[in-house]
Design a protein around this ligand. Structure first.
Ligand code: CO
Length: 211
């Protein structure tokens, strides 16, 4: 059996199992998508949103990219954010980074990854520059990478709050709450780092005053 064929086989077994447990399972899901959460996580295969939070299909709307970045010109991310916030009306947006993130480590090095990856990692290098003094004072490389993982999550949450999508939702429906989390690959535990409730103060440079 080819590796990908195993996936299709496992899928059939899973679908059968779900229906055995609850004959109405797929019927119900097909007609209902009212997730409470938007998850912005890393593409890393070891950080699957549903599994690590014990949630079922239908509970989390998910966007993943390398190093869980929120980039204000990323049409993909902004479409997901707009749809989740304005149509699904999620009440929580979670940015979840993870220790040992390859994207973060790559951005800390000086290797040329050629064009596109350089462009992507550049956003993380910019976060490093913002906190350079604090980061450079950590002698241990792994500890420094872990710190950048945390600071990167915080910075992405701040970037969410800079969007008119979030600012307008805060004004019109006093939601969503923004969360910055970090997942530990070594122990499976998610640490809550940084929250921004609706109405949190935003640097006036980025605050719209005529929403
Ligand atoms: Co990662």
């Amino acid at each position: 059996m080819k590796p990908y064929e195993k996936l299709l086989l496992e899928n059939k077994a899973w679908a059968r199992e779900m229906v055995e447990e609850d004959p109405d399972y797929f019927n119900r899901l097909a007609h209902l998508q009212t997730p409470e959460f938007l998850w912005i996580g890393c593409s890393d295969s070891r950080v699957p949103a549903n599994e690590i939070t014990g949630t079922e299909p239908g509970e989390i709307f998910v966007h993943r990219n390398i190093a869980n970045l929120v980039i204000h010109t990323d049409v993909n991310l902004l479409s997901v954010l707009d749809y989740a916030v304005n149509h699904l009306k999620v009440n929580h947006v979670i940015v979840c980074g993870h220790y040992g993130c390859g994207g973060i480590k790559a951005a800390m090095g000086r290797h040329d990854y050629n064009q596109v990856l350089n462009m992507w990692l550049r956003n993380i290098k910019d976060v490093y520059r913002l906190y350079q003094q604090e980061l450079d004072s950590i002698p241990d490389e792994e500890a420094r990478a872990d710190k950048l993982v945390e600071l990167n999550v915080k910075e992405q949450v701040l970037k969410l709050a800079k969007t008119s999508i979030i600012q307008r939702a805060w004004k019109t429906r006093n939601a969503p709450l923004l969360h910055g989390w970090v997942y530990g690959l070594k122990d499976g535990i998610i640490k809550s780092l940084f929250d921004m409730p609706p109405g949190s103060e935003i640097n006036p440079i980025y605050a719209y005053d005529d929403l």
